[in-house]
Design a binder for this molecule. Structure first.
Ligand SMILES: O=C(O)/C=C/C(=O)CC(=O)CC(=O)O
Ligand SMILES: [Ca+2]
Ligand SMILES: [Mg+2]
Length: 381
């Protein structure tokens, strides 16, 4: 792992107020005193994010000079002594649906006999607006949601705890610099507006979702919680992970094209109760994060500091990289057998989901995204 990633997050020690830090190996650098700037003496990254791209890059350049030289060592705190917090005050939350493999698999599972992809899918990155206020940080317990759903095709709807609790493996992108209402943001302006990336768990209740969303997008089937990792990886740390995007056919309309399009080579790992159940590859995503940003603003909707967008489930054509239990168990019909001998359709109470990721770093090492974890608690009464 490289120590040059310098991800940003919010930490606290004991009863002290949360503030901005960067992770350096197994330590956290306390940025407000280390850099002498009150923008880091804040309980979220938003004030820092709002300062814009040039400030993010100059801060990173300063740290890359000072940290390896040992000049800030007195501001380092062992990670084991700190608590991490939700890194951003999430302004708006959007979730895309941009993996060809996931969209095709989900279509086959949920709408057998129909064309798996809707006619618009290859023309625009399909997405929906999620619930910003229920984005939580790594480690926050997830209560099994209740909702309305039908048991079996002919059954009556009932209001009960979900029996099809799922999770989707995603990346989340964090907007730093906003845009004006009525203006659009082009594919080429992505790095100007987006500060960095997090790991994202899109908790999904498939029975609630199936009953409520046709023909609209997901609502209560997904709005009960979304978990993100505590450390935001700056795009500047991912320069060596840039790759050519997946070829697109047909060619997207001009407003979804860039002059030098790119995606990222990021290897994800999904674990259930400590057992690796799949290893999705972000490189296979059809729509890029820059195209998603351009699409999101293509009607003149403005960006705000703290906007978060999920890329959509990262998946594959075979089970080695399936990014949801919907796919891994084919809607519960083919339960997984775990190494501990237990079988799993959808998630059970007390199950623990962990996602981690790495990407190539400029120094030949790896960028460590760290991990994001959520444990299922029984439904509250
Ligand atoms: O195909 C469907 O009906 C539903 C798919 C999803 O729930 C996926 C979703 O949230 C978007 C994504 O993460 O790819
Ligand atoms: Ca999703
Ligand atoms: Mg969700």
């Amino acid at each position: 792992m490289t120590s040059a990633t310098l991800p940003l997050g919010i930490f606290s020690v004991g009863d002290a107020e949360p503030r901005v830090g960067t992770k350096v190996g197994s330590q956290v650098l306390d940025l407000a005193p280390a850099l002498g700037d009150a923008v880091f003496d804040a309980p979220t990254l938003n004030p820092f994010l709002a300062r814009g791209h040039e400030f993010w890059s100059s801060t990173r350049a300063r740290l890359l000079d000072l940290v390896p030289a040992g000049l800030l060592d007195r501001y380092l705190i062992p990670l084991s002594d700190v608590q991490t917090h939700l890194p951003i005050d999430v302004a708006d939350f959007v979730d895309f649906f941009s993996s060809l493999e996931h969209a095709s698999n989900a279509g086959r599972i949920l709408r057998p006999g129909e064309e798996p992809l809707k006619p618009n899918w290859r023309h625009l990155p399909v997405g929906y607006h999620g619930r910003a206020g229920t984005v939580v940080v790594d480690g926050t317990p997830i209560h099994r949601p209740r909702g309305q759903y039908k048991i079996g095709a002919g059954g009556e709807p009932q209001y009960a705890p979900t029996v099809k609790l799922d999770v989707e493996v995603e990346l989340g992108f964090v907007v730093g610099e906003g845009s004006l209402l009525g203006s659009t943001v082009s594919v080429d302006e992505f790095e100007q507006h987006v500060f960095g990336a997090v790991l994202l768990l899109d908790w999904s209740a498939r029975d609630i979702q199936a009953w409520e969303y046709v023909p609209l997008g997901p609502f209560l089937g997904k709005s009960f919680a979304t978990t993100i990792s505590p450390w935001v990886i700056p795009l500047d740390a991912l320069s060596a992970a840039k790759i050519a995007p997946t070829p697109q056919e047909p060619m997207p309309l001009p407003h979804l094209q860039g002059t030098a399009p790119f995606s990222y080579d990021i290897a994800l790992e999904l674990r259930l109760n400590g057992h690796v159940v799949s290893t999705p590859e972000f490189a296979s995503m059809y729509w890029t994060p820059a195209q998603q940003l351009a699409h999101m603003t293509s009607n003149g909707a403005s960006l705000r500091t703290g906007d978060l967008y999920g890329t959509g489930t990262v998946s594959s054509w075979d089970e080695s990289g399936f990014g949801s239990f919907l796919e891994l168990t084919w809607n519960g019909e083919r339960p997984l057998t775990l190494p501990d001998g237990t079988a799993r359709g959808f998630l059970l109470d007390h199950d623990e989901i962990t996602v981690s990721a790495t990407a190539p770093a400029a120094d030949g090492g790896l960028v460590d995204f760290g991990s994001v974890c959520g444990r299922i608690l029984p439904a509250t009464s």
